[in-house]
Write a protein that binds this ligand. Structure first.
Ligand code: PMV
Length: 326
């Protein structure tokens, strides 16, 4: 049976950088994210006895051989769990540039996992779906549950999973993704994380994350946006400090990134409560409350070097939809 899933990208406020187990993609720390309404992947999967090999296609783009290999590994895990041997056809489409540090692999593996099991008629609990998505790409587990999501690092395959902390309707905030470079990042997150232990700052980061997780959840409980924004920025800078002090060092920012970071400071001084966070790429996520969206969008128009702006509200998690891609 053919099934199609739509899964959001997610933006982490407390970020994941580094694994305790590379094969199982167990993270070194807990993380916390929000699903993005404007950046998502749609994937159709069909398993059939009539297929003689797995076929994987990306509409509007091309997968590398390595990406195809990772998708087929994901299909193998789904086949193993469901106890079937049929080959599959997978067609997928992203609403945003792949590889530009905007979590295409997260939405991609979340959509593949949900559509894959659904197309085999397997009913898998949400927690287990997050575990299968994690095995494809760590942060993909956070794109399965609704809204604001915590990924518990756990200590083995069964205990490292994601769960919804608040539904998407809980808090009217915005993540305005400002794209300054659509190209693939030079060093993938998988590769970049391999040398994380060479950073002298890793141990202080790992000690800082648990109290930061508690503090951000308290700020979210109180809907204290300023505190929430301060903690998010602090964690972003902390993760990039680790990246930049690894051997070899990883610099994901460019000039436009740094210009936006300093613009954010001056906008705050002009009483616009806006905070930034940045993943493994040069693009900047700007966070504000719903009431300040229009003002922020006006300010973004004054920035140089912006290629595209993607406006996101908190979104639901991965869902089955009825329109197929083939
Ligand atoms: O799951 P991956 O391999 O896409 O790694 C994601 C890493 C960051 O985006 C940099 C941080 C995060 O928690 O999303």
């Amino acid at each position: 049976m053919k099934q199609t899933a739509k899964a959001p990208a997610n933006i982490a406020f407390i970020k994941y950088w580094g694994k305790s187990d590379a094969a199982l993609r167990l993270p070194l720390n807990d993380s916390l994210s929000m699903n993005m309404s404007g950046a998502y992947t749609v994937t159709t999967v069909e398993f059939s006895v009539d297929f003689h090999k797995d076929e994987v296609a990306l509409l509007g783009g091309e997968f590398s051989d390595h990406e195809v290999f990772r998708v087929i590994e994901g299909l193998n895990r789904i086949r193993g769990r469901a106890g079937v041997k049929h080959y599959a056809r997978v067609v997928t489409k992203n609403t945003f540039p792949k590889g530009a540090g905007s979590a295409a692999s997260a939405s991609g593996f979340a959509a593949l996992t949900l559509a894959g099991f659904a197309s085999l008629g397997s009913r898998i609990p949400e927690k287990e779906l997050t575990i299968f998505a994690r095995l494809g790409s760590g942060s993909a587990c956070r794109s399965i549950p609704d809204g604001f999501v915590v990924w518990e690092k756990g200590n083995d395959n069964e205990t490292s999973y994601a769960r919804s902390l608040f539904p998407s309707t809980y808090w009217d905030i915005r993540d305005v993704l400002v794209i300054v470079d659509k190209r693939m990042k030079k060093v993938s997150t998988t590769e970049g994380m391999e040398t994380v232990t060479t950073s002298p700052h890793l141990s202080s980061r790992l000690a800082a994350v648990p109290p930061r997780m508690a503090a951000i959840q308290q700020a979210m409980n109180e809907k204290n946006f300023v505190r929430f924004g301060e903690i998010t920025e602090e964690d972003c800078l902390d993760m990039h400090r680790v990246m930049q002090t690894q051997n070899p060092p990883l610099f994901y920012w460019n000039e436009a990134t740094e210009r936006i970071m300093s613009a954010v400071k001056s906008w705050r001084n002009a009483s616009l409560p806006v905070y930034f966070t940045i993943d493994a790429g040069p693009n900047v996520h700007l966070l504000c409350e719903g009431k300040d969206e229009a003002r922020l969008l006006e300010m973004i128009k004054t920035l140089r070097g912006v290629e595209e702006v993607i406006l996101n509200k908190p979104a639901e998690g991965a869902k089955i939809i009825s329109e197929h891609l083939f």
